[in-house]
Design a protein around this ligand. Structure first.
Ligand code: ADP
Length: 303
């Protein structure tokens, strides 16, 4: 597959003023005003979770309060990962989480965790059939999760959302209301054959969600998660027949989300039919600051 390299990264001002025609934009979706980041930075995910190095982060916070940050701050950008099932969205999201201190929001994980509640049980019937869960249901879960990040929500990676045009529009309106924006959309491109191969061997931890592959990334101990010793399970919907349904849903619905963001000039495409480290390297090039440009700063040691 042809790899499309990292495009020129638009300035933050350009990213925060999406181009929309009146026809495309219902009232709530009109080009949001430029959101100027506050002088004092929010802390990285490690700090938010009270992780190690929070003290160093606080010191830096004090310095930045006085002088202002020299460049875009770690953990403040909002990113969307788009891709077919098993394109590596979850894997890249976790890698980006630890590299930049961002927070992964996987709607698939949120839906699986909601199992046992009326909302989760309704979603499960769609998921096990390989179908998309109704928009209203997913929007509700996402909204709750974003609110939990504070206002405005910053420093998140959406993994598996939006998957329909209605979700993309709903997200736009939601973020606008919260004074936030999406900085970059990364499309992970993989051929259908790769998707089928990856999904049939995919296993994930029932406790922490870490993803394995029986051939490409086997766990050290068969059936057990390397990280938390939780049980490895095959997700419902991860069978070859269901994958075909999911690929169809991707082509018919999720692929339409890409032009929605392309019109705003924030889409980058990456060849994801490669080792996850190689994919991460490309993603990093897209996200990190070019000289004089905009982007993310990786976590410094101890952050
Ligand atoms: P994958 O990316 O491999 O499809 P996910 O864990 O992201 O795995 O999603 C699993 C299932 O959860 C999907 O097949 C779909 O049924 C449901 N799902 C996840 N996110 C959404 C969404 N944004 N809209 C509708 N359904 C979703």
């Amino acid at each position: 597959m042809k790899r499309v390299g990292a495009p020129e990264v638009p300035s933050r001002a350009a990213l925060s003023a999406p181009e929309m025609t009146t026809k495309q934009a219902p009232q709530a979706l009109k080009a949001p005003e430029v959101v100027v980041p506050p002088a004092a930075p929010r802390s990285s995910a490690a700090h938010r979770h009270g992780g190690p190095g929070a003290g160093a982060g606080l010191q830096r916070l004090e310095v930045q309060r006085v002088f202002g940050p020299a460049q875009p701050k770690t953990g403040e950008s909002n990113i969307i990962l788009v891709g077919a099932p098993a394109s590596g969205k979850g894997t890249q999201a976790k890698l980006l989480e630890s590299k930049y201190g961002l927070v992964q929001i996987s709607t698939g994980d949120l839906l699986r965790k909601a199992k046992g509640s009326p909302l989760g049980d309704e979603a499960a019937t769609y998921m096990s059939a390989g179908k998309l869960v109704p928009d209203a249901l997913v929007m509700k879960l996402l909204e709750q999760r974003l609110h939990a990040l504070g206002t405005p929500p910053k420093g998140f990676i959406l993994d598996g959302f939006p998957r329909t045009l209605a979700q993309a529009q709903g997200l736009s309106a939601l973020l606008q209301g919260l004074g936030a924006k999406i900085d970059r959309v990364i499309v992970l491109e993989v051929p259908a054959q790769t998707v089928i191969g990856r999904i049939s061997g995919r296993r994930s931890c029932g406790d922490c969600g870490e993803v394995y592959h029986l051939e490409n990334k086997p766990p050290k101990k068969s059936g057990c998660c390397d990280k938390c010793d939780g049980p490895l399970i095959q997700r419902e919907g991860d069978t070859v027949e269901k994958v075909k349904v999911r690929l169809d849903a991707f082509e018919a619905q999720t692929a339409k989300v890409i032009p929605f963001f392309e019109r705003r000039g924030i889409v980058s495409r990456v060849d994801a039919d490669r080792d996850s480290a190689e994919v991460l390297s490309d993603v990093t090039q897209i996200l990190e600051p070019a000289p004089g440009g905009a982007g993310l700063a990786p976590l410094a040691a101890g952050e």
